[in-house]
Design a protein around this ligand. Structure first.
Ligand code: ZN
Length: 93
């Protein structure tokens, strides 16, 4: 009788493939407030630009008023906002 097919064909093909643990691990950088992305903001005039990795906001200057930029949401920025708010209050009253 004729043999059809070959004896060994689909023995084990693609079994499971081993799962390596590499897939996870690169999540989103939640958790720490200041990650690699964000914005730099001018405390004086409110100019805002995207923060570039490797270029600290504080080393950049505002193109419109020349002030040093602050990282948006950083302690420096929050402090500057408070100072500015209190200044404006004084002016108004
Ligand atoms: Zn400015």
């Amino acid at each position: 009788m004729p043999r059809r097919g070959s004896g060994r064909g689909m023995g084990k093909g693609m079994g499971r493939g081993q799962t390596t643990g590499i897939a996870r691990g690169l999540g989103k950088g939640d958790g720490q407030g200041l990650g690699a992305s964000g914005a730099c903001i001018c405390p004086k005039c409110g100019y805002r630009t995207t923060h570039a990795a490797g270029a600290p906001c504080i080393e950049q200057r505002c193109p419109s008023c020349g002030s040093v930029l602050l990282r948006e949401g950083s302690a420096h920025h929050q402090k500057a906002q408070k100072v500015q708010a209190s200044r404006q209050k004084k002016k108004e009253s």
